[in-house]
Design a protein around this ligand. Structure first.
Ligand code: HDE
Length: 755
C-alpha cells in the first residue's frame, strides 16, 4: 500500500472535476478508458459470466438461480438447530423447574424462538401492498445499439434475468386479488451493467401529473381513516371527492373503470412504463421512449359480477393463476415494445409527453418490439423474494435516462426512501433478491444488517493508499444525458406547469370512443356502481359534471343510473381553447384489439361428472386440454370417485361447492351427467358461466339438462361460446377450445341481468 501511495501522490481524476481539459491524465488502472463500450472488468459480461455466476444460464432457465443459490436453505434430512446452529433436543416443551414448576429464564431455545416470532412482520408497502412475484428472463429479439447502449438490448438472443412483481394498489397485503384497481407491473432486470427497474402499471396513464399530489391521492383511495373501510375498493366518498376535484384524473378514471381494472390473469394484461424515458446511445444521443409490455396470451379481463364473486371464493385468484401457470409450464410471456420519438416530434404533439396523464397514441408513434420476457420460475419463499423485493424507479443503467416528468421526479426519490423504513435500513440492496448480479464496489460502509465484509483501511475517495480504487468509470459508467432543459421559461425556480398540462379531457374521450359498445357499457356500469356507493350527493353530481366534458351521452348514461336528472352543468375547463387532438379514435385502446394468439394455455375448465357420465369423453377432454397447456378438472357434487357409464371410475378432485363455476373459464357437461340436475350449485354454475359470457359445452343427454336449467341458452342463435353436440361428435371439443381462447362475446349480456 505504501508503494502505491508513493506512486500515486495525487488524485488522478481530480482535475477533470474542474474541467481542466489538459489536467493530469489518470495513471493506468486509476480510471477506466473513456468512451469504450467494453464492460468494466469488475462487471458481469458475456465474457466473464462463467467466472462470476458459475455459468451462462441454459435456455429457459434464468441465472438469478445461481446468485441466489448460496442463500437457499433446504432442511431435508437435517437436524433442528437454534440460530446459532446448536442442535435442539426438544421442540415441544419449555424448560421448567420441575414438571409443574415455573418456566426458566435460561431457556434460550424458547426465548430465541418466541423473540424471532415476535419480530416476523415488516411494514407492508404503503401502496401496492398486495402482490405476487416470479422469476424469468428477458430475451432481446432486435438489437438497438444505434438507439441505446443499455445492456439488455445490445444483441439479439441475449438473455437478461428478471424478477417481476404484479400487484393491486389500494388493498392491504392480505386483500383480494380481483378488486377493481390498477395493477402494478414492476420488472427488475439484473443486467450486466447493474439493476434496472422498470416499475410500471397495467394502465399507461396516471391519476395525477405531479408527485406533490400523490399522498393526497393515496389518502383518498385507501380505507377511510375513521373506520378503515372499505378495503381494496375505490367505491367510497373520499376517493371520488378527490378525483372529481382533480380533472386531470379523468383520463385515468376511464381506464380504471374499464375492464382493464379486473384482469383475468396477470399473464393477460398489458404493462406500461407510463412516463416518457430516454434511450441514450454510445455517442450520448438521446431518443424519447415509452415502454409497453404486450401479453402473448392477449388481453383478457373478467366481468364485474365475476370479479365480485371470485373475491369471495378465491381471494388469491390472480396469485394462484400466476403460480399454477408457471408450475404447469404455461409460462407467461410478454413482448417488450417501445415507442421511439424525438424531442422535435414531441414538441409538435397537442399534449405534453412529460404529462403522465397522457398517452402517445400508437397512430402517432407505432410500437416496435425489441424483446420478449418469459416468467418461468416461482419464488422459493414468498417473504424472502417477493416481499423483500425493493423496486426503485431510480435504478436505471447506462443507456437509459429520465425526463423532467414531475411525477417521475417524485418517484425517483420515493422508492428508495420507502425501503429504508420497510426493509429496515440502508443495506437492503444486499438482500439476495435485490442484489445485482454484477459486483458492487464503493465506499459506503456499515449500517444495519451489513453483509459485505469490506477489506482494507480505505473507505474514501480520493485515496492513494488503495491505489485510487475503486475508481470512477468515466464515460463507461452512467453519464446523465446532457438533456436540454424542457422548461421554455429557462431555469428560474417556480411551482408551475407547462400549458398543455391544462388540457384534461381529450384523451379521456379518445379512450372512451375507442372502446367497443360492450366495453363502454361496462365502463358506464362501473361508474354507476362506484358512485352509487358514494353517500354525498354533491360528490356524485360533481363527477357527472366532469364526465360531461368527456361525453354528454356517457355522462347521461351514468347519471341515469344514479337518478341524477337533469344533468348538472359541465365543470369549467382549465383551458379556454384546448388544442385539437391528432387522434380521436385508436384501434389499439380496446381490449379486443389484442386478443392474443388464441392459445388456451393457463385456462381452466370444469368438466362436470356424476355417476353415469361418459367417462371416455371426460378423460379425453382432460388430456386434450392438458396437451394445450390448459387444465380440466373433474367437478362433482362432492370430491371423490364417481362411476362412469362404462363402469370405470373417475376421480372428482373438485366439487361444485369448493370450486364454484365462476372460477373456471368454461364449463363442459358431458353426456350422462344428468344426476347433477338436482344440485342447485350446478344451476348457479351454469347461470354464472352464461352471464359472464364464458363457453359452455353440452354433449348428448346433457343438452336437455342444460335446456332445463338455462332456458336462455335455447333462445340464442349463433352463440359461438355455446357448443351443443351429439355424443361422439368430435369437432364439438375443437369448437369449445376455440371459444375458450377467443375474447368473450358480450352480446349475451343485459343490464340488469335478465331473469
Ligand atoms: Fe408507485 N410507489 N408511486 N407508482 N408503485 C410504490 O414503493 C410512488 C406510481 C408502482 O411491486 C412504493 O416499494 C409515488 C406510478 C408499482 O414492489 C412507493 C408516486 C406508477 C409499485 C411509491 C407513484 C407506480 C409501486 C410503495 C407518484 C406506474 C409496486 C412501496 C409520484 C408507473 C412495486 C414501494 C413493487 C410502489 C411511490 C406513482 C407503480 C411509496 C411517490 C405513476 C408497480 O415508493
Amino acid at each position: 500500500t505504501q508503494q502505491l501511495a508513493a506512486a500515486m501522490p495525487h488524485n488522478p481524476t481530480k482535475s477533470a472535476e474542474y474541467g481542466e481539459a489538459n489536467g493530469l491524465a489518470p495513471s493506468a488502472g486509476a480510471s477506466a478508458e473513456a468512451a469504450s463500450r467494453r464492460p468494466l472488468a469488475s462487471c458481469l459480461s458475456e465474457e466473464n459470466q462463467n467466472a462470476k455466476t458459475g455459468g451462462v444460464a441454459p435456455e429457459g432457465r434464468n441465472n438469478t438461480i445461481d446468485s441466489l443459490e448460496r442463500v437457499r436453505v433446504d432442511s431435508a434430512g437435517q437436524v433442528l438447530t437454534t440460530n446459532q446452529g446448536v442442535a435442539i433436543s426438544d421442540n415441544q416443551n419449555t424448560l421448567t423447574a420441575g414438571v409443574r414448576g415455573p418456566a426458566l429464564l435460561e431457556d434460550f431455545v424458547l426465548r430465541e424462538k418466541i423473540t424471532h416470532f415476535d419480530h416476523e412482520r415488516i411494514p407492508e408497502r404503503v401502496v401496492h401492498a398486495r402482490g405476487s412475484g416470479a422469476h424469468g428472463y428477458f430475451e432481446c429479439t432486435e438489437a438497438i445499439t444505434d438507439i441505446t447502449r443499455a445492456a439488455p438490448f445490445q444483441k439479439a438472443g441475449k438473455q437478461t434475468p428478471v424478477f417481476v412483481r404484479f400487484s393491486t394498489v389500494a388493498g392491504e397485503r392480505g386483500s383480494k386479488d380481483t378488486a377493481r384497481d390498477v395493477r402494478g407491473f414492476a420488472v427488475k432486470f439484473y443486467t450486466d451493467e447493474g439493476n434496472w427497474d422498470l416499475v410500471g402499471n397495467n394502465m399507461p396513464v396516471f391519476f395525477i401529473q405531479d408527485a406533490m399530489k400523490f399522498p393526497d391521492l393515496v389518502h383518498a383511495v385507501k380505507p377511510e381513516p375513521h373506520h378503515q373501510m372499505p378495503q381494496a375498493a375505490s367505491a367510497h366518498d373520499t376517493f371520488w371527492d378527490f378525483v372529481s376535484l382533480m380533472p386531470e384524473s379523468t383520463h385515468m378514471l376511464m381506464w380504471q373503470m374499464s375492464d382493464r381494472a379486473i384482469p383475468r390473469s396477470y399473464a393477460t394484461m398489458q404493462g406500461f412504463g407510463v412516463h416518457t424515458y430516454r434511450f441514450v446511445n454510445d455517442q450520448g444521443q438521446a431518443m424519447l421512449v415509452k415502454f409497453h409490455w404486450l401479453p402473448v396470451a392477449g388481453t383478457h379481463s373478467l366481468v364485474w359480477d365475476e370479479a365480485v364473486k371470485i373475491s369471495g371464493a378465491d381471494p388469491d385468484f390472480n396469485r394462484r393463476d400466476l403460480w399454477e401457470r408457471i408450475e404447469g409450464g404455461a409460462y407467461p410471456q410478454w413482448d417488450l415494445a417501445v415507442q421511439l420519438f424525438t424531442e422535435e416530434q414531441a414538441e409538435s404533439f397537442s399534449f405534453d409527453v412529460l404529462d403522465s396523464t397522457k398517452i402517445v397514441p400508437e397512430e402517432l408513434v407505432p410500437l416496435r418490439v425489441i424483446g420478449r420476457m418469459t416468467l418461468n420460475r416461482n419464488p422459493d419463499n414468498f417473504f424472502a423474494e417477493t416481499e423483500q423485493a425493493a423496486f426503485c424507479v431510480a435504478n436505471i443503467i447506462p443507456g437509459i435516462d429520465f425526463t423532467n416528468d414531475p411525477l417521475l421526479a417524485g418517484r425517483i426519490h420515493s422508492y428508495f426512501d420507502t425501503q429504508l423504513l420497510r426493509l429496515g435500513g440502508p443495506n437492503f440492496h444486499e438482500i439476495p433478491i435485490n442484489a445485482p448480479i454484477v459486483q458492487v464496489h464503493n465506499n459506503q460502509r456499515d449500517g444495519f444488517h451489513r453483509q459485505a465484509i469490506h477489506r482494507g483501511r480505505v473507505a474514501y475517495e480520493p485515496n492513494s493508499l488503495a491505489g485510487g480504487c475503486p475508481f470512477q468509470a468515466g464515460m463507461q459508467g452512467f453519464v446523465s444525458v446532457a438533456a436540454r432543459n424542457e422548461s421554455r421559461e429557462g431555469v428560474a425556480k417556480m411551482r408551475a406547469k407547462p400549458e398543455k398540462f391544462a388540457e384534461h379531457y381529450a384523451q379521456a374521450r379518445l379512450f372512451l370512443d375507442s372502446q367497443t359498445p360492450a366495453e363502454q357499457d361496462h365502463m358506464a356500469a362501473a361508474f354507476r356502481f362506484e358512485l352509487s356507493k358514494v353517500t354525498v350527493p354533491a360528490v356524485r353530481e360533481r363527477m357527472v359534471a366532469s364526465l360531461r366534458n368527456v361525453s354528454d351521452e356517457f355522462a347521461a348514461k351514468v347519471a341515469q343510473g344514479l337518478g341524477i336528472d337533469p344533468l348538472p352543468e359541465p365543470l369549467p375547463l382549465a383551458i379556454a381553447r384546448p388544442p385539437a387532438p391528432e387522434v380521436t379514435q385508436s384501434k389499439y385502446l380496446s381490449l379486443m384489439a389484442r386478443p392474443g394468439d388464441g392459445s388456451i394455455a393457463g385456462r381452466k375448465v370444469a368438466i362436470l361428472v356424476a355417476n353415469g357420465v361418459d367417462g371416455d369423453f371426460a378423460r379425453q377432454l382432460q388430456q386434450e386440454l392438458l396437451a394445450r397447456g390448459a387444465v380440466g378438472r373433474f367437478v362433482g357434487t362432492r370430491i371423490g370417485p364417481v362411476k362412469a357409464a362404462d363402469g370405470s371410475s373417475l376421480d372428482a378432485d373438485a366439487s361444485l361447492e369448493n370450486s364454484p363455476g365462476f372460477l373456471f373459464d368454461g364449463v363442459v357437461l358431458p353426456d350422462g351427467c344428468d344426476a347433477l340436475q338436482h344440485d342447485g350449485h350446478l344451476w348457479e354454475t351454469l347461470r354464472d358461466t352464461w352471464r359472464h359470457c364464458k363457453p359452455i359445452a353440452a354433449v348428448g343427454s346433457a343438452r336437455d339438462l342444460l335446456g332445463r336449467l338455462l332456458p336462455e341458452a335455447g333462445e340464442r342463435e349463433d352463440d359461438q361460446a355455446l357448443v351443443l353436440a351429439e355424443k361422439g361428435q368430435g369437432d364439438a371439443v375443437q369448437a369449445f377450445m376455440a371459444a375458450l381462447g377467443a375474447p368473450r362475446d358480450f352480446t349475451r349480456e343485459s343490464d340488469p341481468p335478465k331473469v
